[in-house]
Write a protein that binds this ligand. Structure first.
Ligand SMILES: [Mn+2]
Length: 308
């Protein structure tokens, strides 16, 4: 019998990496033959946590062809798996996004709950089933939850996320300033890193007959970045827009320390839709909004507007 593959979407972020690694451990501890592997390249933030805590890098695989059964953590749409995982192989989905395509995976047991992080749902498996978690998995899950909820300041945060970290950190023992180290580690966007990050954390969506792309950057020091590099950001967005034949494109820049968003968009249609849906006002290419709003929260708002 081949092992069950636990994985996330292609080019997974910290939440997908942490969630799939920890859930693989959970499955093994309840007696299943499971293996973790990722398609594509894992995000820098996940590498940062793995490196910083001397954790073993997960295996990279070209696709899921060697497996008959797949568990998806932090992924539930066909775009995310890029044709590299046959949908009928997916036996389980653990995710936390409102806009998803879980119905496209006919054999999957689906758990989608709107908590801040897929890693929260994985942590709850250990808690509910009274199964000890390794320190490495506890560190990864804590990091993912803190990152995804923007250290509990993001609008997606729930009590469940806080409870999960409280539990996990008894094992992970992360320092108080961990969140700042984590966010500072991803705030260096000098030179080509900016374009790489924009492309690396890009997501696109089909809404009605329109295609929308959203870049998201979470950073300490967003004002400075935009002051110095807005032209580079706009250029990268315009390139992606024509490469992917998108109708709308913008960047959601999340300023973590000052708790605000800076949206960057060039074309008037995208600016208009953001002004309408988010109540912001663009001045040339930039619009500012207090409090933190994440891509996950913006997508359903725009979808509603476009499809109405
Ligand atoms: Mn996630």
């Amino acid at each position: 019998m081949k092992p069950i593959l636990t994985t996330g979407y292609v080019n997974p972020d910290l939440d997908a990496v942490a969630g799939a690694i920890a859930y693989c451990e959970f499955l093994q501890k309840i007696g299943k033959n499971a293996e973790v592997g990722f398609i594509g390249e894992i995000h820098d933030e996940a590498k940062y946590v793995l490196d910083h805590y001397n954790l073993t890098y997960p295996k990279v695989i070209p696709n899921a062809d060697d497996f008959d059964q797949v568990v998806l953590v932090d992924a539930s749409d066909l775009i995310g798996v890029e044709g590299k995982i046959a949908p009928e192989k997916v036996i389980e989905i653990i995710d936390h996004r409102k806009v998803h395509e879980a119905d496209k995976f006919p054999n999957a047991k689906v758990q989608i709950e709107l908590v801040g992080s897929a890693s929260t749902l994985v942590a709850e498996k250990f808690i509910q089933n009274n199964i000890d978690i390794s320190k490495g998995s506890a560190i990864l899950l804590c990091g993912a939850i803190i990152s995804n909820t923007l250290n509990f300041k993001g609008g997606v945060t729930t009590e469940r996320d806080k409870k999960a970290v409280e539990y996990l950190n008894k094992i992970a023992l992360l320092p108080n300033n961990f969140w700042k180290e984590l966010f500072e580690a991803k705030s260096d966007l000098s030179g080509d890193k900016l374009q790489e990050r924009i492309r690396g954390d890009f997501a696109w969506f089909v809404m009605g007959n329109k295609k929308l792309g959203i870049a998201q950057i979470e950073i300490i020091g967003a004002d400075k970045l935009i002051k110095e590099r807005v032209a580079d950001i706009v250029e990268t967005l315009e390139n992606i827009k024509s490469e992917m034949k998108l109708d709308y494109i913008f960047q959601n820049t999340i300023e973590l320390e000052q708790c605000k968003n800076l949206f960057i968009a060039k074309d008037p249609q995208t600016q208009a839709i953001l002004e309408k849906v988010l109540g912001v006002k663009f001045s040339e290419f930039v619009a500012e909004r207090p409090n933190l709003i994440m891509r996950k929260q913006i997508v359903p708002l725009i979808k509603q507007e476009i499809e109405k």
